[in-house]
Design a protein around this ligand. Structure first.
Ligand SMILES: [Zn+2]
Length: 486
């Protein structure tokens, strides 16, 4: 028997209307359902957001890892956990196509807002997130992401700001927003030292003073004692692209370590984000898109093993929207050749940057791509080296798009529904066609259900700023390519 709040409600309503006819009181069937409901309610909740991962990305990934020597396209780690679809549209003021901030606010709080909103509603009033609520209910809380931790998705679970671009003010909120006097997140792993160690404020120091372990290398993270509160910032802004990082499983590594510090008898809520699927989509970079999907797949594989050993854990995976309008096949040609993407030794950004340092740039690019190219193609790649870095990146990207026959329709987001995956305790609650706000609403319910017998339910989270917010410096987006801010 599978727990579903909606199913239970239906049972009770039917029962109510039939009461006069059949004496439909408290049946053993009902109490059986309630028992099952409690048993299948999770103690730990892990929300995984793959930013920008529309359905074409998961299909592309299945083809990308397919063994061409077998007749079928083999199933991947996502296939047996698919539950359904979620709509992603933002508040009406922003139309049908969401940005990551409005989508993150919806996923975190169950509230539709305008594009750009971080943890605030359309009237710019703070809304409570499932992470705030988990903290209020005595759970441990954390996040592990591959962007800077103040980027839209993680920000919406902690901070409140009218604009996602106010990175410094959002970083302030990571320390200043409190739930019953406590910091919102116990564990924060990702990038972003630039926003936490500033001339006007050293928030890293404040976290250390508040008892947090601080680390800025993956290896040092491994030495932090289990059960610690941890701030781990491994890059000035975002982590390097998967293709450039020193670990080819960085998200899995961060997730594993976050869980190590969060596990406790009262349960935990963890947000995991494969942040850079979206950035590959914005850049229309199929090589990075598949590499970031690979990192996500490693993470889900790890979480499946974890849930087997910890069946009181629920894992939900979804995207906030699709990015780039990726198509598998393009230009009227019925083919897609992801095998060209299997042996890249660096991201296109890095190749574009470094190729000019080589006497024979075409040879360097061919070696770094890791597949055979013709003399004619080497000559083309040599000629690309004469252009500026942006043009070089674009030319390399088009080269790979043509090789693989990949298509893109936009450098921005698209409004298609995204897939919803779930496994572990309570996962069936996510079945069917739902809305992104439903995901937060279901998580709020699960957080309540953990403690229904233990304590009363408080419905108000007081979000108190520990200090008056300083004048939020408007961090402009020019520290990286502008698409990183979209
Ligand atoms: Zn985006």
């Amino acid at each position: 028997m599978i727990y579903s709040k909606r199913k239970l409600l239906t049972t009770f309503t039917l029962c109510g209307s039939l009461l006069a006819l059949s004496g439909c009181g408290s049946t053993s069937n009902e109490s059986a359902q309630k028992t099952v409901a409690q048993n299948s309610a999770p103690n730990n909740i892990i929300m995984v957001v793959a930013d920008g991962m529309g359905p074409a990305f998961s299909t592309a990934y299945r083809n990308y890892v397919d063994d061409k020597n077998t007749p079928e396209v083999d199933a991947v780690v996502f296939d047996d956990i698919l539950m359904g679809n979620a709509s992603t549209y933002p508040a009406p003021v922003s139309g049908y196509v969401t940005d990551s901030a409005a989508a993150a606010t919806a996923l975190a709080s169950g509230v539709k807002s305008y594009n750009g909103a971080i943890g605030v509603d359309v009237d710019k009033q703070p809304v409570k997130s499932v992470m705030h609520y988990a903290k209020l209910k005595g759970m441990r809380t954390g996040l592990a992401v591959t962007s800077q931790i103040v980027h839209a998705t993680p920000a919406a679970y902690i901070a409140h700001n009218e604009s996602r671009q106010n990175y410094n003010a959002i970083a302030d909120d990571f320390f200043d927003v409190r739930v019953n006097g406590e910091l919102v997140a116990d564990v924060m792993l990702g990038g972003g030292t630039d926003f936490f160690e500033r001339e006007d404020r050293n928030i890293i120091g404040e976290f250390i003073d508040a008892g947090y372990e601080y680390t800025d290398t993956y290896n040092r993270l491994a030495t932090v004692p289990k059960g610690s509160n941890v701030l781990g910032l491994f890059a000035p802004v975002a982590l390097p692209a998967m293709l450039d990082d020193s670990r080819d499983n960085r998200l899995k590594y961060l997730t594993e370590h976050a869980i190590k510090h969060l596990e406790n008898d009262n349960g935990y809520f963890l947000l995991v984000e494969a942040s850079q699927v979206d950035w590959a989509g914005h850049a229309n970079d199929i090589a990075s898109a598949m590499a970031e999907m690979q990192d996500l797949a490693y993470t889900i594989e790890f979480l499946k093993t974890y849930v087997q050993a910890h069946p009181d854990t629920l894992v939900i995976l979804t995207a906030d929207h699709s990015t780039g309008g990726l198509t598998i096949g393009a230009r009227g040609d019925y083919s897609w050749s992801p095998e060209y993407l299997h042996n890249l030794k660096a991201s296109l950004g890095t190749i574009a940057k470094n190729m000019v340092e080589h006497d024979n740039p075409g040879d360097y690019v061919a070696t770094t791509f890791g597949f055979d190219v013709t003399d004619e193609e080497i000559a083309t790649l040599d000629s690309i080296a004469q252009q500026d870095v942006k043009a070089r990146f674009n030319a390399l990207k088009v080269f790979l798009d043509n090789k693989t026959n990949t298509g893109w329709t936009t450098s921005g987001h698209t409004g298609v529904d995204v897939e919803v995956f779930a496994f572990g305790a309570g996962h069936d609650d996510f079945m069917g066609q739902i809305d992104n706000t439903d995901i937060a609403k279901k998580i709020f319910n699960f957080i309540d259900n953990r403690n229904t017998t233990a304590q009363g339910i408080s419905t108000n989270v007081e979000l108190i700023k520990a200090t008056d917010k300083k004048d939020g410096t408007n961090a402009s987006c020019d520290f990286k390519e502008n698409w990183r801010c979209n």
